[in-house]
Design a protein around this ligand. Sequence first.
Ligand SMILES: NC(=O)c1ccc[n+]([C@@H]2O[C@H](COP(=O)([O-])OP(=O)(O)OC[C@H]3O[C@@H](n4cnc5c(N)ncnc54)[C@H](O)[C@@H]3O)[C@@H](O)[C@H]2O)c1
Ligand SMILES: O[C@H]1[C@H](O)[C@@H](O)[C@H](O)[C@@H](O)[C@H]1O
Length: 336
Amino acid sequence: MSLRIGVIGTGMIGQDHIRRITHVLPNCEVTAVTDVDRARAESAAAMTPNAAVYDAAAPLIAADNVDAVLIASWGPAHEEAILPALDAGKPIFCEKPLATTQDACLRIIDAEVATGRRLIQVGFMRRYDAAYKALKATVDSGEIGAPLLFHSVHRNASVPKGLYTSDMAVSDTMVHDIDVSRWLLDDEVARVRVTAAKPNSLGEDLRDPIFAVMEMRGGALATVEVSVNIGYGYDIRGEISAEKGAASLGESNPILVKTSEKFSGRVPADWRERFIAAYDAEIAEWVIAASKGGATGPSAWDGYAITAVSDAALKAANTGEAADVTLVDRPALYGN
Ligand SMILES: NC(=O)c1ccc[n+]([C@@H]2O[C@H](COP(=O)([O-])OP(=O)(O)OC[C@H]3O[C@@H](n4cnc5c(N)ncnc54)[C@H](O)[C@@H]3O)[C@@H](O)[C@H]2O)c1
Ligand SMILES: O[C@H]1[C@H](O)[C@@H](O)[C@H](O)[C@@H](O)[C@H]1O
């Protein structure tokens, strides 16, 4: 049986997911789409053979030909789509962030807990990337001993001019580094500091680059560089320094070219290129779980904890002081 998916939000990543559901992954199809920009929804529907266009999220979620919902609208619109989908008992894939405020994340958690089962997977795709998975497996194997530091570098070639704000370096971009820090170190963030370097004069008037230091509850540190106008490409790096060794992500380009006494390799252009296989793997996993009526992978709890750290990091960036991260008790639905 093919999982019939309704897509809410058909912008850049919504269309990319429609492409992979239609042309890459087995046992799934897009049967419905909606976007506040009707013309965009119509052109997205034309990318796939059987999709009806809906005027709003509510009728799409209620539709008989929609078994599961994929949300790729703007972050502030995620909650208004998630809550009715949970009410309808339909499995949900929601792009990051889960929601843009901690209160909204907690309302989502309460509603999911009330259903008695996990229905939400959040789009933190780095956990599905082969290099990050190998890094996690190396840490978990104990081969390099107890991790002490995780260094994360997150560089975007550029960001949309006039649309991307300084706060988004944390709430839209650094959220991925917060996610992998928690996941690789298997711990929650206790405190965060954020400082900014001299502004990149080639970008807009943004706080860019920024540098964050997160103290984990168990005492390990995670450091993050976020640069969003680096120009040369999309560059994602990570290294764990541990008591008996170190492990880092390799370069993501598969070949190195040597000519004229120089060597070179490709740097990915953007997130679509760098993480293409990870997006395929995360949606493939979601389709399998959703076909059984549930969800696995990054949870609503992860989404909430990441938003809590992102809020603290914004406070730290704006005050120059360290900011504490306080979390509610973790519901049993999300494990220990
Ligand atoms: N995991 C990743 O690496 C990754 C990459 C890109 C984007 N994202 C996330 O995906 C989401 C979308 O990002 P994007 O880059 O595709 O943005 P985008 O602006 O290209 O697309 C968003 C679309 O949502 C639509 N929309 C907004 N509010 C809506 C609503 N209430 N109902 C229906 N449609 C609505 C907009 O009209 C737009 O077409 C964001 O949450 C973003 O953070 C994640
Ligand atoms: O929405 C995108 C996406 O999440 C990318 O993975 C990240 O590198 C970008 O900075 C962000 O704007």
